[in-house]
Design a protein around this ligand. Structure first.
Ligand code: C2O
Length: 536
């Protein structure tokens, strides 16, 4: 193992897309930002220097951060933001992980443009559990707004419904050909006949789950969220914001150009744009003027296509990479996740009410001191430890909701003893409309042991749980009008954020945090904070 040093200069940069130019916040002037490479067991040090007028933090999405919560990055959860003119060194060791993850800004909506790939290679000399690809290609999917992202956040905070629809999706920063704006070329993936490539696909979009497919070629998925899976061959994958998927593709055509398409998946009545971002797989030797073989992306509400992919994922569960599913559960939790409407006399946009989101009817309020600091230094009055482990009201979650299901505001955490095993069932509710919520847990991977539609049944559903080879991830979709059950071991002391990775829902309050106590043994405590930890 070795030490890897990176420097992230957060700077403004003018960017032209969709025939208009605007200044955006970037890392090192790049969109998407630089790919960070490391190997399993490496110690990574990233010095982030803030040269812009906004507060900044960076999150290493999916990195376990074992005992190093200070380097996790969510603003006001594990650290105070890096203020303009300041810097902070994120310092973490990659333990027991290899694969594709992403890094992104974790404050307000800055991650719209501040994100990039994080590629963790296996330890030196350790092969992949699949044939070695000829080349590896990072594919970052994102969204683009013509207006300022700040204006978009303000619109969301005012609480109107259905705001914030982006103007385009992008593949490695390219929106692809756009009507009335012919100057934009799409991203090109050069391939050679007969060779196999590993695509490291990342959804860095703020608010949209995406389908991804390539004309005339199949994808063999070998890894998700930096955990190996049993290889599965499909035409279309679905990927939620925060999720990553590694897929092999064999260039088995002689020549030509083939369309690569990323299009939105949204199976609720809420409409999103249906802009498809495109790139082209370009066989070497093909003339630039050759026509492209097209493909039709699935319709926006193609739930069956999404389910087929999601249900096909299994942990590799080999001798070398066993699935360590907790079989005995110490703590059973049931969280409702969803949107709601609360009174807001001062809200002009929503006619006296605003859209909120909640977990177990708690709309999370961001503190002004970081929770991890408050925890470590025993600062009182920042959070309470009474986050409910069960919903306050029982109701038919997927049916017509009762009329008065207001949420309460609070900065509440759920406390877990060190090394306890947790089963958490997350149930979508249809208070406004049922919707798919990709929920991300910081500090842990978890096993997705069960998933279903309708209301979770605690008597019959657990009998169907997969405790042998469930997929292991860090971000999981709670299906529209359905539920998922996850299991994890609370072996990482600290304060760990959990939230919907659709940024608009996070903004509305679909978030909470777990506080995991220190263990009593050696190496079972949160490490002390670094001396350059930003102050609020
Ligand atoms: Cu990728 Cu808390 O986020």
């Amino acid at each position: 193992c070795r030490v890897r040093h990176y420097k992230f200069n957060v700077v403004m940069k003018n960017s032209t897309k969709l025939c208009s130019t605007k200044p955006i916040v970037t890392v090192n002037g790049q969109f998407p930002g630089p790919t960070l490479y490391a190997r399993e067991d490496d110690n990574v040090l990233v010095k982030v220097v803030n040269h812009v007028k906004y507060n900044v933090t960076i999150h290493w999405h999916g990195i376990r951060q074992l005992r190093t919560g200070w380097s996790d990055g969510p603003a006001y959860i594990t650290q105070c933001p890096i203020q303009p003119g300041q810097s902070y060194v994120y310092n973490f060791t990659i333990t027991g992980q290899r694969g594709t993850l992403l890094w992104h800004a974790h404050i307000l909506w800055l991650r719209a443009t501040v994100h990039g790939a994080l590629v963790i290679l296996p330890k030196l000399g350790v092969p992949y559990p699949f044939p070695k690809p000829h080349k590896e290609i990072v594919v970052v999917l994102a969204e683009w707004w013509k207006s300022n992202t700040e204006a978009v956040i303000n619109q969301a905070l005012k609480g109107g419904l259905a705001p914030n629809v982006s103007d385009a999706h992008t593949i490695n920063g390219h929106p692809g050909p756009v009507p009335n704006c012919s100057s934009q070329g799409g991203f090109k993936l050069p391939v050679q006949n007969g060779k196999t490539y590993l695509l490291r696909i990342i959804n860095a979009a703020l608010n949209e789950e995406l389908f991804f497919k390539i004309a005339g070629h199949q994808l063999t998925v070998v890894e998700v969220d930096a955990t190996y899976v049993k290889p599965v061959k499909l035409d279309t994958i679905v990927i939620a914001p925060g999720q990553t998927t590694n897929a092999l593709i064999t260039a088995n055509r002689n020549s030509g150009k083939y369309l690569v398409a990323a299009s939105p998946f949204m199976d609720s009545p809420i409409a999103v744009d249906n802009l498809t971002a495109t790139a082209t797989l370009h066989y070497s030797g093909t003339l630039a003027s050759a026509s492209t073989t097209l493909t039709t992306p699935p319709p926006q509400n193609a739930t069956a296509v999404a389910n087929k992919f999601i249900n096909s994922l299994r942990s590799l569960n080999s001798k070398k990479y066993p699935a360590k599913v907790p079989l005995k559960v110490d703590r059973k939790l049931f969280f409702t996740v969803g949107l709601g409407i609360n009174p807001c006399p001062t809200c002009k946009a929503g006619n006296g009410s605003r859209v909120v989101a909640s977990i177990n009817n708690v709309t999370f309020v961001m503190p002004t001191t970081a929770l991890l600091q408050a925890h470590y230094f025993n600062i009182r009055g920042v959070f309470t430890t009474n986050f409910p482990g069960n919903p306050p009201h029982l109701f038919n979650y997927t049916g017509t909701p009762p009329s008065s299901l207001q949420t309460t505001n609070g900065t509440k955490v759920y406390r877990l003893p060190y090394n306890s095993t947790v089963e958490l069932v997350m149930q979508d509710t249809g208070i406004i409309a049922p919707e798919n919520h990709p929920v991300h847990l910081h500090g842990f991977n978890f096993f997705a042991v069960g998933r279903g539609l309708g209301n979770y049944n605690p008597k019959t559903d657990p009998k169907k749980f997969n405790l042998v080879d469930p997929v292991e991830r860090n971000t999981i979709g709670v299906p529209t009008g359905g539920w998922v059950a996850i299991r994890f071991r609370a072996d990482n002391p600290g304060v760990w954020f959990m939230h919907c990775h659709l940024e608009v829902h996070t903004t509305w309050g679909l978030k909470m945090a777990f506080l995991v106590d220190n263990g009593k043994g050696p190496n079972q405590s949160l490490l002390p904070p670094p001396s350059d930890l930003p102050k609020c």
